[in-house]
Write a protein that binds this ligand. Structure first.
Ligand SMILES: [Fe+2]
Ligand SMILES: [Fe+2]
Length: 164
């Protein structure tokens, strides 16, 4: 039964759709990183804080997009992987656990960005939020890499995995 599920072209299409969602998320993470690079307290005549607005916009987009991406995975590819064998079931659970962690980390960043508008030490608070953004980006990048590796293996070795 697991083999049938794995061989279905639905799964291939779902994995491909998720792959494109990952590509989009990777672009957003790169934009988020460069938004912070654009912040310049030494620019004249006034500090250039456009990057803060850009970061806010990107984080708002991520708050809307990430839950949909996670639900998509948790209702398609991750259950398919989990059905193959116990080791892959553990992988699938670990990915779902990481979704919760990433979601919490994103909300921390969103809260810190909101707080910037009333900050009494903008430079220091931006350094703090940037550190959290960098950690979030790293966690999400590693997470997506694990998933991509698994989805590729799954797609290329369906029968072998199913009988493993
Ligand atoms: Fe995921
Ligand atoms: Fe993902």
């Amino acid at each position: 039964m697991a083999t049938d599920a794995l061989i279905s072209s639905d799964l291939h299409n779902q994995a491909e759709e998720i792959h494109w969602e990952h590509e989009h998320l990777i672009d957003e993470l790169a934009d988020l990183d460069s938004a912070f690079d654009d912040i310049d307290f030494d620019s004249a005549p006034v500090p250039n804080l456009d990057g803060v607005d850009d970061a806010n916009r990107i984080v708002r987009d991520l708050l809307a997009e990430l839950p949909l991406h996670f639900v998509n995975e948790e209702s398609t590819v991750l259950p398919a992987i989990a059905s193959v064998n116990p080791a892959l079931s553990a992988f699938s659970s670990e990915m779902a656990r990481q979704h919760d962690e990433i979601w919490k980390a994103l909300n921390v960043v969103a809260g810190e960005l909101r707080h910037l508008s009333s900050s009494t030490d903008l430079a220091e608070d931006i350094v703090k939020v940037r550190a959290h953004v960098e950690r979030l980006c790293r966690e999400l990048a590693v997470h997506m890499k694990s998933e991509e590796r698994m989805y590729t293996v799954l797609d290329e070795h369906k029968p072998e995995l199913a009988s493993a």
